[in-house]
Design a protein around this ligand. Structure first.
Ligand SMILES: Cc1cc2nc3c(=O)[nH]c(=O)nc-3n(C[C@H](O)[C@H](O)[C@H](O)COP(=O)(O)OP(=O)(O)OC[C@H]3O[C@@H](n4cnc5c(N)ncnc54)[C@H](O)[C@@H]3O)c2cc1C
Length: 71
């Protein structure tokens, strides 16, 4: 009989933990107070589009990504 585990929060961290527990044979329940998985700060991080960073490497990568996106 599988061991039961509960994960509170279905953001990227909670879902990753739940997936790994399930792979290891646990019977996992994920509890989420919002409407669905990933509706916390995880969803906000997907929407970010910017070119301003504090490190030159990040600025260059963002600039290149913006050109690829436009193409
Ligand atoms: C605008 C913005 C831009 C970002 N940009 C980036 C980026 O470019 N790169 C990057 O790496 N990171 C970025 N981040 C950070 C990244 O989004 C977070 O570090 C990551 O999503 C956190 O994941 P998490 O699963 O820990 O938290 P969350 O996604 O917040 O998930 C936690 C979940 O737990 C639930 N919860 C909390 N308490 C309870 C409870 N008592 N009962 C039930 N459910 C509960 C919440 O509702 C939520 O859904 C950004 C964040 C924001 C807000």
């Amino acid at each position: 009989m599988p061991v039961k585990a509960s994960v509170i929060g279905a953001g990227v961290v909670g879902c990753s933990i739940a997936l790994e527990l399930q792979r290891r044979g646990f019977e996992v329940t994920v509890l989420e107070r919002l409407g669905d998985a990933g509706h916390g700060s995880t969803s906000a991080s997907c929407g970010i589009v910017r070119r301003f960073y504090s490190q030159p490497g990040m600025v260059a990568m963002a600039q290149e990504a913006a050109c690829l996106w436009a193409d």
